[in-house]
Design a protein around this ligand. Structure first.
Ligand code: ANZ
Length: 812
């Protein structure tokens, strides 16, 4: 057999596995179903180290589940629509379609080198018309139910990408893709009513997600419980949202967002110029700038509102720390108890009125106070509410009283906004709506789906939808009257594509429905979904929303698409920085495969760090796993190295094998891949010794080799297959069962326990786990280091805790 030559082994087995259809998934109702999915990649053109890190360990896990008797689905496809294809195509003067499909072809070749158990017959790309047809189908179903709707309003506009963005795609006021500062534009756009599901999305049911993912989603949804309170103004009643209605009597002025609709009407002629200037300045700032600004700025409108309880006249201001997109876009300011309002009142000399006082404290000196008091206490200066406890306890009571006066009602507000899904770009799913002058917006009839994305479109972004410039696409007929009509020329946000792709893998070629009901029942929710933390909000939230819509459409019975979600860490460059071309610290997995073989790269990526943590690539580190696999290969050869003989007992060898098996099994269960590799490396050392012992060639040795190769199979699938079949096995190691732990062999029958004399440790003894008190004491007394301390003393008491400790208490 010679030396380990990964190249010969890997190419040969990859070809064999394909011919044998080893990884072609078939449902088998006699086995428990298991669906493992790793987020599908964007076809950027190159599979990099991050992809390997993300796919290799879940592949090992999926293989392990298969060996454990599960019917495992582990599919893959490409998330193929989106801006980068267009941008790359513009730069290189290519067709985005050609660019995308070429990248998919290249990346699939790279992917196959990894030696995964992906069933490639199920692959699809979201830009395939057979797939996006169903995006259109869903859109129409949602349109019919009012979940998809069109509305005008201020939207986020990326000036570089020349398209609108969903709120989720704006990070710190910038386009999450290109980093441009996002502008606001008034546009008529399509939305999906995710807010209908806001409360439901806060309920994760049994879904097991990392705590930080849950928190990020909770914060994104941002549920606030409070009240709406009405303030009469010269421009009609203004309703504000507050989480602290208990502080109502401390409201000394109102603040409106500069963009608020009533501002024009409320602004008096004298204030006109100043208000106008302020509004223009605020329009230049991002929401984040506005909310984090250390100095609160604003302008008086010149008008007053009437306090609904006291009847006091409260000045109405505008200020950019109030956002038009949240609550009602206006607030009642309570400077004594809200820090933003406090700063604002200080800056402009507005009244501060204390209404919550800590028990036993002196009244607040509002002229000298340096900050708002946001703690607990009793309500003061609050008329009929005086004496109630401030804060949570009295919110209900206050709302009830204000409600009786007809000026307030309980209200829950969410930060979550409806999902803006239309995009003014080319490379996406056409929105399947037709506009008829007579019949308005009409869905494209089912038998006309898909609405195909036309070829040869001038797609350079102009701010107008490229499809608008294609008259053949644009002009059509009304499905109702047959008269001339126009198509919607926007395309869908690509997050639509990834919101339900996991269902499509169950039956990717189904022509009659988006998803296969039977397979969905059996394989969804996904048992283990893995991917990057960067998708903690957008993609996971949208998928959870989509699943609920599917449930309401009768397509699924469950509400959560994932049973378990886990995030891998990041493999950094050797310099601890993110790998990127511009930093010049990229390690190309293809180069490594050429040098070491895929199995070594796989093993190293699992070994390099706890998988959920990640870490820097250590260029010399890969030599360890490379050498290790060489030693593994040699173990199975007939060549026995010369050297001193070793004496290993059968029990010791079986203990090493079965205790490792037990640990490795547990570690697969908890996705602890680095400890799996180190356990296997350790066992290799034991086996190398055993090969030089008289056990070599005997039945215990044979058992050890057989178990070891099956433990290797999920991790280094090519090498394990080679060794397995070299041993005369006829079928694939990947069809073999995961070995059973022999519990007895896995636990040592002797234990080493400490011996104390009068509470002080004096030695230790090796005794049987089941030794009796008499046997244990005899062994302890025979131990020389112990016996010394017993000489000439009387024994007062003997204590023996089996497996733990022996204590002999003696006279002084
Ligand atoms: C009076 C009050 C008194 C408030 C007090 C707080 C403390 P969350 O928890 O984030 O929902 N608010 C309401 N709408 C706003 C807007 N569009 N832009 C900026 N601030 C807004 O915050 C709710 C609180 O934030 C509301 O309760 C309101 O101020 C302010 F001692 O009302 B509060």
């Amino acid at each position: 057999s010679g030396r380990y030559n990964p190249h010969a082994i890997e190419e040969q087995w990859q070809a064999r596995w394909t011919t044998d259809g080893l990884y072609t998934f078939h449902d088998d109702p006699s086995k428990p179903a298991h669906y493992a999915l790793t987020m599908f990649p964007y076809p950027s053109g190159n599979l990099h180290m991050g992809h390997w890190y993300a796919y290799v360990a879940p592949d090992a896990r999926a293989r392990w589940m298969r060996m454990n008797g599960h019917n495992v689905l582990f599919p893959m496809g490409f998330d193929a629509f989106g801006l980068p294809a267009e941008n790359a195509a513009i730069k290189r003067n290519l067709d985005p379609r050609k660019w995308t499909y070429q990248n998919i072809a290249d990346m699939t070749v790279q992917f196959k080198r990894m030696g995964t158990m992906i069933d490639w017959s199920r692959q699809f790309n979201t830009c395939d018309p057979e797939y996006y047809r169903w995006n259109q189908w869903f859109f129409i179903e949602m349109f019919r139910r009012g979940i998809a709707y069109k509305k005008g309003g201020l939207v986020n506009w990326c000036p570089k990408d020349q398209t609108v963005l969903a709120n989720e795609q704006v990070v710190d006021g910038r386009c999450e893709r290109c980093g441009s500062v996002v502008e606001r534009r008034e546009l008529n756009q399509w939305y999906l009513k995710i807010t209908d599901y806001a409360d439901e999305l806060l309920d994760f049911g049994d879904a097991d997600m990392p705590e930080r993912v849950r928190l990020m989603q909770q914060n994104w949804i941002g549920k606030s419980v409070g009240a709406e309170v009405d303030f009469p103004t010269p421009a009609g009643v203004e309703t504000v949202f507050t989480t602290r209605p208990d502080t109502i009597m401390g409201a000394t002025f109102l603040v409106l967002a500069p963009e608020h609709k009533k501002v024009a009407e409320l602004t008096t002629p004298e204030q006109q110029a100043e208000v106008q200037r302020y509004i223009e300045a605020a329009g230049q700032k991002t929401d984040v700038d506005r909310q984090s600004a250390t100095e609160k700025t604003g302008v008086f409108t010149g008008s007053y509102a009437t306090h609904p309880v006291s009847g006091h006249q409260l000045p109405i201001w505008i200020a950019d720390y109030v956002l038009v997109t949240y609550g009602t876009g206006s607030i009642m300011a309570v400077p004594a108890h809200d820090s933003r309002d406090f700063e604002f009142a200080r800056t402009y000399g507005l009244e501060i009125r204390e209404v919550i006082r800590p028990d036993g404290a002196e009244p607040m000196d509002v002229d000298a106070a340096v900050e708002a008091y946001s703690g607990e206490g009793q309500l003061v200066n609050s008329g009929e509410f005086d004496g109630l406890p401030g804060g949570k306890a009295s919110i209900g009571a206050v709302i009830e009283r204000l409600g009786a006066l007809g000026v307030a009602r309980a209200k829950t507000t969410y930060r979550l906004r409806d999902w803006l899904v239309s995009r003014q770009r080319y490379w996406g799913t056409p929105i399947p709506i037709v506009y008829c002058p007579e019949h308005g917006a009409q869905p494209v009839p089912d038998d006309q789906l898909p609405v195909r994305l036309p070829d040869d479109v001038a797609f350079t972004p102009t701010g107008q939808s490229p499809l608008k410039l294609d008259p053949t696409f644009r002009h059509t007929t009304c499905p109702v009257c047959g008269g001339p009509a126009e198509r919607d020329t926007d395309t869908m946000d690509t997050f639509v594509d990834s919101s339900w792709y996991m269902y499509r893998f169950l039956n990717p070629h189904l022509e009659t429905a988006p998803v296969d009901a039977e397979a969905t029942r059996r394989y969804m929710p996904i048992d283990l979904y893995t991917g990057g933390i960067e998708h903690a909000i957008l993609h996971l939230l949208y998928s959870r929303f989509w699943t609920r819509v599917m449930r309401d459409l009768g397509l699924t019975e469950h509400s959560e698409p994932f049973k378990v979600v886990r995030n891998q860490g990041i493999i950094l460059g050797p310099d601890q920085e993110k790998m990127s071309k511009s930093r010049g610290n990229v390690i190309d997995p293809d180069d490594l495969v050429r040098e070491y073989g895929a199995d070594t790269v796989r093993a190293y990526l699992m070994f390099i760090a706890p998988w959920e943590v990640g870490g820097p690539w250590d260029p010399s580190g890969i030599n360890g796993p490379a050498k290790w696999l060489g030693r593994v290969y040699a173990l199975y050869s007939d060549e026995v190295s010369v050297g001193p003989k070793e004496s290993t007992s059968e029990a010791d060898l079986r203990y090493a094998v079965h205790s490792t098996l037990s640990r490795v099994s547990a570690d697969f269960g908890r996705l602890s891949f680095n400890t799996i590799i180190s356990s296997l490396m350790e066992l290799t050392n034991t086996l190398v010794k055993a090969k030089r012992s008289p056990l070599y060639g005997g039945p215990v040795w044979a058992e050890a080799l057989s178990i070891f190769v099956r433990m290797l199979a999920p991790v280094v699938p090519h090498l394990a297959e080679e060794l397995w079949q070299q041993q005369g096995e006829q079928s694939s190691v990947h069809l073999a069962a995961w070995p059973q732990v022999d519990q007895q062999a896995a636990t040592r029958d002797t234990v080493t326990i400490g011996v104390q004399v009068s509470g002080k440790v004096r030695g230790q003894v090796q005794i049987s786990r089941t030794a009796t008190q008499a046997e244990a004491m005899a062994a302890a007394r025979a131990e020389e280091s112990v016996a010394r301390f017993l000489e000439g003393k009387d024994t007062i008491k003997e204590i023996y805790v089996p497996g733990k400790i022996i204590n002999i208490v003696v006279s002084k």
